[in-house]
Design a protein around this ligand. Structure first.
Ligand code: NAD
Length: 392
């Protein structure tokens, strides 16, 4: 095992800060088997964002170009956390320089670019993974275990939604999220997570139908300065056209079972609301990201009178949490930032060369990132074809 690993994060925005914090906490989770983690650099073209994040999260320096990070001898591991359309150039450059890369979802803004990135990953000497963070969510991982072990049993029906509201106000500033073709809006931004979670739980989707994409706010004001994440920065009087979907819906046929999906960035009052119910042969489970340390579970006892969910509080004994809490006790709570920590930990364990048996489940591969984009592409094709059925 390497004595130490040098880490950098490219992008100091909303999710970049979550990666920066996650590499700090990764070695504090579980027993201390990781090599020393050196927090080396935050890279951001916005020097102020980069500098602030480096100081806040304890990184030694900040850089303003990804090339500086690619060329740095003291950096081994890099998270790429910038706009989707920028992923390919940066990831390919980093892999060519021998860096291990954890890239944010969706893999890219185009299927062709995503496929090229997967090819680059296959040919690279280093490791490339994609950050589908929700697979690290203890409640979701636990429901998957209940399905796989037969407690819940085969999935019959999945109903999921990922409602957000960062765009519900017409005065929310224009940003990279509103640019790109059909399907690159809410569908790519949060639908990528929901689609991934559905296959993580239920297995492969074989076809999509009833695809629908809607842009309900057609133009947005140009901000006066840099916008980070979903911030409502001060705006000018100039407006630009929104190029992609505020809302998307579709139905899916899994290899086993049926599914319905709805995603939005204009669901006022639902800032970050990934919710689903999964109905199975032996019962059902329900998850709500706003209450991440619990799930609702219904197990059919055969009496015919046992309908209804009961609350299960997650804690020591459930995936990721066992041995992973600083205060290792029931009902202390955890949330979405913790999932970034589990993800960083899993990636560092793989880079450090720990055997799979001694590691958290590996991060998803770029091929899984391509699969996810094929799914979103099928939804877009269905939507552009008046909801036609598209087989994967
Ligand atoms: N896993 C999750 O839960 C999650 C959550 C949010 C975002 N994301 C993903 O993370 C990525 C970034 O999203 P965000 O919300 O953090 O974006 P953001 O707009 O908040 O931040 C992007 C940052 O990248 C910087 N930047 C722009 N061009 C750059 C370049 N060429 N080199 C270096 N830095 C550059 C910007 O200055 C900005 O600080 C996206 O792929 C998004 O889908 C994932």
């Amino acid at each position: 095992m390497a004595e130490s690993l040098g880490v950098a994060v490219i992008g100091a925005g909303m999710a970049g800060k979550a990666h920066a914090a996650a590499y700090r906490t990764a070695s504090t989770l579980y027993s201390p088997v990781l090599p020393g983690i050196r927090l080396v650099s935050i890279g951001d073209v916005n020097a102020e964002f980069g500098s602030l994040a480096a100081r806040r999260f304890g990184y030694s320096r900040h850089d303003t170009s990804w090339q500086a990070i690619a060329e740095a001898d003291d950096i081994d591991v890099v998270s790429v956390v910038i706009a989707n359309s920028l992923h390919r150039e940066v990831v390919e450059g980093l892999l060519a320089a021998g860096k291990h890369v954890l890239c944010e979802k969706p893999l890219s803004d185009s299927l062709d670019d995503a496929r090229a990135m997967a090819e680059a990953a296959r040919n690279a000497a280093s490791i490339a993974r994609i950050g589908f963070t929700f697979r690290r969510t203890p409640g979701i991982a636990y429901i998957r275990d209940l399905i796989r072990t037969g407690v819940l049993g085969n999935v019959l029906h999945f109903s999921g939604r990922y409602w957000t509201d960062y765009g519900f106000s017409p005065s929310a500033p224009m940003s990279w999220r509103y640019k790109g073709g059909p399907g690159s809006g809410a569908l790519a931004d949060v639908g990528s997570h929901l689609a991934y979670v559905s296959e993580f739980l239920c297995g492969d989707i074989k076809s999509i139908n009833g695809g629908r994409l809607s842009t309900v706010i057609g133009k947005r004001p140009v901000p006066l300065g840099a916008v980070m994440g979903h911030d409502h920065a001060a705006v000018s009087d100039t407006f630009e056209a929104v190029e992609n979907d505020d809302y998307a819906a579709f139905s899916a046929e899994f290899e086993n079972g049926a599914g319905s999906f709805e995603v939005s960035r204009v669901a006022a009052g639902h800032a970050n609301s990934l919710q689903f119910e999964v109905f199975c042969e032996n019962g059902a489970a329900k998850f709500d990201q706003r209450r991440p340390s619990e799930i609702q579970l219904f197990l059919n006892d055969g009496s015919g009178t046992a309908n209804g969910y009961r609350q299960v509080i997650l804690g020591p004994g459930h995936p990721y949490i066992t041995g992973g809490l600083a205060m290792d006790a029931p009902e202390v709570g955890f949330g979405q930032n913790d999932a970034f920590g589990y993800q960083a930990r899993a990636f560092l364990e793989e880079v450090a060369g720990l055997s799979e048996a001694d590691s958290l489940p590996r991060c998803a591969t770029f091929d899984e990132g391509v699969r996810n984009m094929e799914l979103l592409g099928a939804v877009t094709e269905s939507a552009l074809g008046d909801g036609k059925k598209v087989t994967l």
